[in-house]
Design a protein around this ligand. Sequence first.
Ligand code: SAH
Length: 258
Amino acid sequence: MTTTSSPAPIGIISALRDELSAVLLRMPPESRQRIANRSFRQCHWHGQQVVAVLSRIGKVAAATTATAMIERYGVRAIVFTGVAGGLGEGVQVGDLVVARSFLQHDLNASPLFARHEVPLYGLTRFRTDTPLSDTLAAAARQALSEPVGLLGAQAMQDFGLHTPQVHEGLILSGDQFINTAQDSVRLVAELPDALAVEMEGAAVAQVCHDYGVPFAAMRTISDRADDNAHVDFPRFTEQVASHYSAAVLDTLLAQLPA
Ligand code: SAH
């Protein structure tokens, strides 16, 4: 007997409600399921089956969420979207970073293993999926070329934003909100090619590596990971980052094969 089955869904994960608020407006849920104390919403977007969930903050929460999503929905890819602190020179508030690899900056099993190496994986960095990240970066450039249309002139002015630059490269993750210049300077000294720092991506990258699920991630820079990092964080996340996420995902999902 042959059965026809619809293609596996695309998974979308964010840590915080504010990060996903504009995205959720575009995807009224067709069904909801509570798994591992998280609400998974399913819908169609540009003909794609999509499942979206909030992980909450930190590497363990993110790993649990990604694992549940893969096991229960058999997603064919995961895209993470959220905010991060800028580390790299020229990575400014309002810019976007598309991850090409992730590293856990707080992982240290030396001298048993090299600094930052994930024990028994022989890896310090987990690469994101190249074709999916290429498409995501192209979607980001396309969707964000006219930010005034997305945010409105007032919000652009309030947050001092210009046209967002799209950067691509290494993102650091750790169970720490980096909010002193001392900590961000130390991270850049240890890992000079790091563009941004957040608290979930490397965990999802490791889970996706284990399951062989393609993974891509984008982060809007909400702060410079320094002594002003907490300023206006929720307002920026909701009024800027979530609109960038919605616009980029809209463009991405229109381009992926259904
Ligand atoms: N103010 C928030 C807490 C945010 S924690 C609240 O009250 O709920 C920071 C979240 O944004 C994490 O999910 C992390 O991935 C990301 N992030 C943004 N800037 C960061 C920074 N400077 N250091 C670490 N994570 C950061």
